[in-house]
Design a protein around this ligand. Structure first.
Ligand SMILES: NC(=O)c1ccc[n+]([C@@H]2O[C@H](COP(=O)([O-])OP(=O)(O)OC[C@H]3O[C@@H](n4cnc5c(N)ncnc54)[C@H](OP(=O)(O)O)[C@@H]3O)[C@@H](O)[C@H]2O)c1
Length: 280
């Protein structure tokens, strides 16, 4: 049975992997910052050496982009050096490693979906620290999957919940109509990760749901499923958030050409998520 170690297991993507994994197929070890701080090199080496997982899935990160701008040292410590520490133990044990990454490694100034072969050019501290994490993983391990995604929503702080909160309070919401991306449910991302780790198809992957929309259209679709109506104002991205790439569309190029996995359409995934939320 494959033994997997989910690092950052209380976050959105870590939680989704815990939910989706089949316990009859894989043994799961979970840690988050309270159990193990990935910036502590000795602790990481000790934990990995004792628990000996076959696969390390690194979902731990500082994902608050504003916090990264304010405290770049913390961003690099966790997003870059944390990934390095996990790579060191992965290499030592011959384990596979999955490094979660982001469209923020691109500058978002283009208008053609970014493929895995496009040069990175991050503009924010968050994006630069995540690229540094990717580079450490590439440098220290060869059995790696770098999985970049974008506009992920699951359990926790995310755009879907922000829109639903505003709807509950009846607030007017200003949403960027010039920010373009592919909303991706954390569960769909979890499923592709759990698929990839059973293979030896190492390398960098873009994994987002199919289809593209603006933040504004995304908000409209969320409200439609919630059956709520609030005033939505379409504004320029610069009026609401300056740090995120305007064009966040990733092309799932490798998944397509090796034809191993098909990501669902973003609207279908959102519907599944909203239905589950209603049942909770
Ligand atoms: N969300 C997105 O839209 C998105 C898109 C593309 C890629 N990603 C990538 O996917 C990964 C997971 O994202 P997510 O949305 O699940 O993030 P998240 O919800 O913020 O979860 C990250 C988890 O890591 C923990 N953590 C922070 N510092 C740590 C440390 N030093 N040691 C151990 N754990 C630590 C966090 O704990 P605290 O909450 O206590 O800090 C949190 O539980 C990240 O690498 C992110 O860059 C996310």
């Amino acid at each position: 049975m494959l033994k997997i170690w989910i690092v950052g297991s209380n976050g959105q993507i870590g939680s989704a992997i815990k939910e989706v994994v089949d316990p009859l197929e894989m043994e799961v070890l979970n840690t988050d910052i309270d159990e193990l701080d990935i910036t502590d090199t000795e602790e990481v080496l000790n934990y990995g050496g004792i628990s000996r997982p076959d696969v390390i899935i690194n979902c731990a990160a500082i994902t608050d982009t504003e916090l990264c701008e304010k405290d770049p040292e913390a961003a690099y410590r966790v997003n870059a050096l944390g990934a390095r520490n996990l790579s060191l133990i992965a290499r030592k044990m011959g384990a596979k490693i999955v490094q979660l990454s982001t469209d923020d490694v691109f500058d978002g100034e283009g208008n053609i979906p970014y493929s895995e072969f496009d040069d990175t050019h991050p503009k924010s501290v968050y994006g630069r620290s995540k690229r540094a994490g990717e580079n450490y993983v590439k440098e220290f391990t060869h059995k790696h999957f770098i999985v970049r995604s974008s506009w992920v929503y699951g359990k926790g702080n995310n755009f879907v919940n922000k829109v639903l909160d505003a709807a509950k309070k009846g607030e007017t919401l200003s949403v960027a109509s010039d920010q373009i991306g592919s909303p991706t449910s954390a569960k769909d991302l979890a499923r592709i990760i759990l698929h990839l780790i059973k293979t030896n198809e190492y390398g960098t992957y873009h994994a987002t749901c199919k289809g593209v929309c603006s933040r504004y259209e995304f908000a409209q679709e969320i409200l439609k499923h919630a059956g709520k109506e609030i005033e939505l104002k379409a504004v320029a991205a610069s009026e609401v958030s300056s740090e995120r790439p305007a064009y966040a569309v990733l092309d799932n190029f490798i998944l397509r050409i090796i034809d191993v996995y098909n990501m669902p359409d973003w609207k279908t995934s959102l519907e599944e998520y909203m239905n589950e939320k209603r049942e909770d």
